[in-house]
Ligand binder design. Structure first.
Ligand code: UD1
Ligand code: CA
Length: 470
């Protein structure tokens, strides 16, 4: 992709308008901080912009909840512009004037139009240069144009534009116009800033509309052109939470298509929730109703069975996740086998070929290569070596009511079923713990530890009881 400022472009900046409140969301949170695909709307727009120019040439206009918005995306290295009062999209660009008027051209994006692809941004840029335009408007013909500004072309066959008319100001005949303004534009900086003070607030919302620049520039005999997006879904905006949900579905469908194109099998992709930044290797199979969230990274030839939710975790190759697992901030090495119904809480690590089975919960626990904890077990704050067998119902008692303590189980140890290991405690290499033990003292290597009372058996007791009743 053509990155950076091309020769023809002169100096090029991207400006992202993100200062608005998003009144129609009826939410206390700024609109651009609402998430789709697991990240804020604005983060998607910035990610696309960064594929076109480096971050220090991206200027984000902030205002409503400015500090939260800034904090959410500051790590990207973009620049910020304050729009202290939100008096419209035209006013937003007026506020950016000082910071961006040194550029030759500006690409203007909207913080609430998040599905825009970098390829389309570069198409707008290149079209703008080739047509030597003062303003280029990216347009689309979505199935439902209601609510958007409409683009009025000079003639139906011309790419020259006369004006953009907002929904509320459309005349009867203009209402038939299906071509909408996407809120994405390219401007030559000179004519833009030479005319921007001529914007007025003479409209339904008493705001300065950036869209009015089209007619103003035409009046000053500058060239204003329209370029239609191939896929209208790419330029849909979110003005309501219902529209936000539609964008989220669209983004996730796009993500599934991308993964499938890369060799991942997804059954019932419409039932899966896969965040934008998730990575999955080829020949992995994802069954219906799986969620892969955050920065999750999955290797190749894995199988993720239904109803598993995996967040911010890393899975090696050939891992099998049986149904109903919850895996959070954990690392699973190649060939491991999880579930059904395992709960891996943060900082768990499952070694190569290790098994974590039915109703096993782990937290800050590391299981070495080939170790097994297959049934009904809690492993918290535990370091478990290689080839260890943890019997059904084993519990590490890691909390004494004040502090957490660690349990260490060395290579080859065998923990009999229903044992409680009271931390801090260490089970030595190849040692055995008898079933039903409560272990409070370290067990040396190769030892057998029994931590239970002796069984007493009373011969004939049951029979005597029955006869006594009669
Ligand atoms: C805008 C366009 C409309 C277009 C639509 C596409 C105007 C007047 N209308 O309408 O033609 O079809 O986008 O989605 O521009 N913002 C600021 N400061 C402000 C006001 C808005 O930064 O003072 C930001 C918002 O945060 C948002 C973007 O600009 O990210 C667009 O604003 P919004 O109010 O959503 O405009 P629309 O009514 O959708
Ligand atoms: Ca909008």
């Amino acid at each position: 992709m053509a990155r950076g400022n091309t020769q023809a472009a002169g100096k090029l900046a991207i400006v992202i308008m993100a200062a608005g409140k998003g009144t129609r969301f009826k939410s206390a949170r700024a609109k651009v901080l609402h998430q789709i695909g697991g990240k804020p709307l604005l983060a998607h727009v910035i990610a696309a912009a960064q594929q076109v120019v480096p971050a220090h040439h991206i200027h984000v206009i902030i205002g409503h909840q400015a500090e939260q918005v800034r904090a959410a995306v500051a790590h990207t290295g973009v620049q910020f512009v304050m729009q202290p009062e939100q008096r419209g999209t035209g006013h937003a660009i007026m506020c950016a004037r000082e910071q961006v008027q040194g550029y030759d051209n500006l690409l203007v994006l909207s913080g609430d139009v998040p599905l825009i692809r970098p390829e389309t941004i570069t198409r707008v840029r290149d079209f703008h240069f080739n047509r030597k335009a003062a303003m280029t408007i990216l347009t689309a013909e979505p199935p439902e144009p209601f609510g958007y500004g409409r683009v009025i072309r000079a003639t139906s066959r011309s790419d020259q534009v006369k004006a953009i008319v907002e929904q509320k100001a459309l005349s009867k005949s203009q209402q038939k116009t299906r071509e909408i303004n996407s809120g994405i534009y390219a401007f030559a900086a000179k004519p833009l800033f030479a005319n921007i003070d001529r914007l007025t607030t003479d409209n339904a919302h008493r705001e300065f509309y950036l869209t009015d620049m089209a007619a103003l520039l035409v009046k000053s005999r500058a060239k204003v052109v329209a370029l239609k997006a191939d896929d209208p879904a790419e330029v849909l905006g979110a003005n309501t939470l219902a529209e936000l949900a539609a964008l989220d579905s669209e983004l996730r469908a796009r993500k599934c298509r991308q993964l499938m194109a890369e060799g991942v099998s997804i059954y019932g992709p419409e039932t899966c929730v896969i965040d934008s930044d998730v990575q999955v290797g080829p020949d992995t199979v994802i069954e219906p109703f799986v969620q892969l969230l955050g920065r999750t990274k999955i290797g190749s030839e894995c199988r993720i069975r239904s109803f598993s939710v995996i967040s911010d975790s890393e899975l090696g190759d050939k891992v099998l996740v049986r149904p109903g697992c919850i895996i959070d901030q954990s690392r699973i090495l190649a060939g491991a086998l999880l579930g059904p119904y395992s709960h891996l809480r943060p900082e768990s690590e499952v070694g190569e070929g290790a098994h974590v089975g039915n109703f096993v919960e782990t937290k800050k626990a590391r299981l070495g290569r080939g170790s097994k904890a297959n049934h009904l077990t809690y492993l918290g704050d535990a370091d478990i070596g290689e080839g260890v067998n943890v019997g059904a119902g084993t519990i590490t008692c890691n909390y004494d009511g004040k502090a957490k303590h660690r349990t260490t189980i060395e290579n080859g140890a065998f923990i009999g079923s229903d044992s409680t290991l009271v931390a801090p405690v260490r089970i030595g290499r190849d040692a055995y713990v008898a079933a039903g033990s409560t272990i409070t003292e370290d067990v040396p290597e190769n030892a057998l530890a029994l931590g239970r009372s002796r069984q007493t058996t009373k011969e004939g007791w049951a029979k005597a009881r029955r006869e006594n009743k009669r």
